[in-house]
Design a protein around this ligand. Structure first.
Ligand SMILES: O=C(O)CCC(=O)C(=O)O
Ligand SMILES: [Fe+2]
Length: 221
């Protein structure tokens, strides 16, 4: 049976927004964005994440070079890679593609592609302190996390803590608020997701260089 081709609304990130992101990455190495995308898109991605988490998400880290038991001490979330098969996934990937091109134009970062997965942290789930990339040992350059939780309250836990180097106290505490996004240099900022006290949904993604080096720290597709 021939599938109908979904009609994708074109999302356009403003040049001003991409300027701001490029500027922050250049000077600080990270940026936190509130109201990143049109709300309808956040809502559709949120609904899709909730729906698919019940049927298709897998414990994070299943894939090559992963030791599941070791992995479970480090992270307990479940994930599903985006493949652009729905209108909202395609719209999200298009937005991130626009950002990739815009950042390359401004910062000559050589970002080659983008991969991302939905994540679900159920009550009690966490992701211990880690780096998404070690210098020279990964092709992940820039990490992005887009959050899909409305009505997130202060004592729901589940914040992302972003650290500067080996510092014990965080540089930034990021609540996983609906339609907000954090972008940071993958090999610069150790970070962790503290234990979530309720269901927490997000899309974690990485802009990558075009090389074949293995990623030793995080599951790759
Ligand atoms: O969900 C978050 O806030 C961060 C997730 C994360 O660090 C990762 O998937 O590598
Ligand atoms: Fe991470």
């Amino acid at each position: 049976m021939k599938m109908a081709t979904p009609v994708t609304e074109n999302i356009c990130l403003s040049e001003q927004l991409i300027d701001n992101i490029a500027d922050a990455l250049q000077h600080h190495g990270y940026i936190q964005l509130i109201d990143f995308l049109p709300a309808w898109l956040g809502t559709q991605l949120q609904q899709e994440a909730i729906r698919l988490s019940a049927i298709s998400f897998k414990p994070a880290g299943i894939g090559r070079q992963n030791d599941l038991q070791l992995n479970a001490q480090i992270r307990t979330d479940s994930t599903l890679w985006l493949d652009g098969h729905s209108v909202q996934q395609e719209a999200y990937l298009q937005s991130m593609e626009q950002l990739r091109v815009g950042l390359n134009r401004r910062l000559f970062m050589g970002l080659f592609d983008f991969e991302c997965h939905f994540s679900h942290y159920a009550e009690g789930d966490f992701y211990r302190r880690h780096l998404d990339a070690f210098k020279g040992r990964s092709n992940r350059i820039l990490s992005t996390v887009f959050y899909l939780n409305d009505n997130w309250r202060k004592n729901d836990g589940g914040e992302l803590l972003l650290y500067a180097d080996e510092q014990p106290s965080p540089l930034l505490v990021v609540p996983p608020l609906f339609n907000s996004c954090i972008i940071f240099l993958s090999d610069v900022f150790p970070h962790e997701v503290i234990t979530s006290h309720c269901d927490r949904y997000s899309i974690a993604g990485w802009y990558r260089l075009n090389n074949n080096s293995q990623d030793h720290l995080d599951p790759s597709q």
